[in-house]
Design a protein around this ligand. Structure first.
Ligand code: AMP
Length: 118
């Protein structure tokens, strides 16, 4: 069972910020911004590429609620999902990273590729 499924079923603890029947939001243990929340479906879906559109239709308002609860809705935030090995996905359970609480820089994610493209 993946670690996010263990958080969903209570085997592992997490610092939760919001929850409903289908989705859960909790603080990332290694925050990369002043606010770093992970937002997941409770159902095990491996990644974004395999996510049915009807899940996203329900997940979108949940994500927006999390932004309001964390008071990020006005100043903004960055929403990221890493998909698969090249995307840097470490946990094979769909999750969105919500990053905020400061003005975020746009990182250089693939330096070699970016140089080639110029
Ligand atoms: P990704 O690389 O996109 O798969 O992101 C996985 C994220 O999960 C990383 O930012 C980790 O810091 C985070 N993470 C891993 N284990 C836990 C945990 N037990 N509780 C909270 N966040 C976690």
């Amino acid at each position: 069972m993946c670690i996010f499924c263990k958080i969903v079923n209570g085997e592992m603890s997490a610092n939760k910020v919001h929850e409903n029947e289908e989705f859960l939001a909790f603080h990332d243990i290694f925050p990369k911004a002043p606010v770093h929340i992970l937002i997941i479906p409770k159902e095990h879906i491996p990644n974004f590429q395999q996510t049915p559109p009807e899940v996203m239709a329900k997940m979108t308002p949940f994500i927006q609620e999390v932004a309001k609860l964390m008071e990020l809705d006005e100043n903004g935030y960055r929403l990221i999902t890493n998909n698969g090995p090249d995307g840097g996905q470490e946990v094979p359970h769909l999750h969105f990273h919500m990053l905020g609480g400061t003005k975020l820089r746009w990182p250089q994610m693939a330096e070699d590729a970016a140089k080639k493209a110029i």
